[in-house]
Design a protein around this ligand. Structure first.
Ligand SMILES: [Ca+2]
Ligand SMILES: [Ca+2]
Length: 121
């Protein structure tokens, strides 16, 4: 698809730079990282799902669950861009912070909003 054309997305999904994003930003819909991952997977059968940055306190697919210190996207896309907040990632207070909100590593069991991504139709 030409990058000049807007992505065609299912109802409720937002088009941005050739992909579609489902943004869950609701104080009543906070979830753990794994719950967010499950929900994102269930919303689409399409490949190459991942999450991206929008605002803070939003889970992304970025995590270092497999290898501590090596952050990877949940859809196994290579990490080509990071924008860590100053001092992050820091495994704060020695806790295992293996999931990433914008742009801070955080315990996966804490509650956040989240964003799903999929390729345009
Ligand atoms: Ca970690
Ligand atoms: Ca942190």
């Amino acid at each position: 698809m030409s990058p000049l054309l807007p992505a065609i997305c299912p109802p409720g999904w937002q088009s941005f730079k050739g992909s579609c994003y489902w943004i869950v930003s609701n104080i009543n819909m906070l979830t753990t990282w794994h719950e967010a991952a499950t929900t994102c997977s269930g919303m689409s059968s399409m490949k190459e799902q991942s999450w991206v940055e929008t605002t803070s306190n939003v889970w992304t697919g970025l995590n270092d669950l497999a290898i501590p210190g090596l952050f990877m996207w949940s859809d196994e896309h290579i990490v080509t861009f990071t924008y860590w907040a100053p001092g992050e990632p820091n495994n704060h207070n020695g806790f295992s912070e293996d999931c990433v909100e914008i742009w801070n590593d955080k315990s996966c069991t804490q509650l956040n909003n989240y964003v799903c991504k999929m390729k345009s139709l």
